[in-house]
Design a protein around this ligand. Structure first.
Ligand code: FES
Length: 241
């Protein structure tokens, strides 16, 4: 049985409007696509409910998370300062499968805050990688990817009026890794006839360990899949028909 492990915030900064980067001093590591349940207490000692975050980056003894302020809990997270104590459970879930990624033409696709777990992925890939990213407003965090990919194409819906799914043809690739809103993942799946498509799904999670069934999605053959335990990474054919 895994237990929460304590860590301390090293840095917690806003990198774009309502998008924060938090670096945590903690001796944990994860495969690309795995996630941690994060909890802490506010400065007034109120508990912040556990919530899942994919690992954006890791280096010796520290983990980097990227998060969007979307409500009260993440608003409190944004107010935390260095040295504040946090707790992490994990790594949880499966990660992206990198086994057959050598010598394949690869696209990595991010939608909004779905960019977060993809940095640790591109750092591990050894083939040529084209990176596509779509944002509702201004792009963020793109420069972190430049040293690790061959080509970057990004779009802001507000400025360019197009979605990331309009930036490329999935059939030009052998293997696609994608993370973003479920509508974006489904759209790539529907256009794709030939590439292996691995998708990291978003879901509300309460326990993160397969116990509460709060994160289930229906599979393409009518079964129920727990995003936290059976995923969060799936072959798109498992989820979409
Ligand atoms: Fe509880 Fe997935 S979050 S089963």
């Amino acid at each position: 049985m895994k237990a929460y492990k304590k860590g301390r915030i090293v840095e917690n900064i806003e990198i774009s409007k309502n998008i924060y980067k938090m670096v945590i001093d903690v001796n944990l590591s994860a495969a690309p696509g795995q996630f941690f349940m994060f909890r802490t207490k506010s400065f007034r000692n109120e508990p912040i409910l556990s919530r899942p975050f994919g690992v954006c980056d890791e280096s010796c003894g520290s983990l980097t998370l990227l998060y969007q302020v979307v409500g009260e809990g993440t608003d409190i997270m944004a107010s935390l300062t260095p040295e504040h104590e946090v707790q992490l459970l994990g790594p949880l879930g499966n990660g992206f499968n990198l086994e057959n990624s050598t010598n394949r033409k690869i696209a990595v696709v991010a939608g909004g805050i779905g960019i977060a777990p993809l940095l640790s992925l591109v750092k591990k890939l050894e083939s040529k990688v084209d990176f596509y990213a779509g944002f509702t407003e201004d792009p963020y965090f793109i420069d972190e990817f430049r040293p690790h990919v061959d080509k970057i194409t990004c779009a802001s819906f507000k400025k360019d009026g197009i979605f990331v799914t309009e930036l490329f043809d999935p059939n030009d690739y052998d293997l696609i890794y994608a993370c973003g809103p479920n509508g974006m993942l489904k759209s790539i799946h529907e256009k794709n006839t030939s590439a292996e498509l691995q998708i990291s799904m978003e879901a509300h999670m309460a326990c993160g360990i397969g116990a509460c069934l709060g994160c289930t999605v229906e599979s393409s053959d009518g079964e129920f899949l727990r995003v936290c335990k059976d995923g969060p990474v799936f072959n798109s054919k498992e989820v979409f028909s």
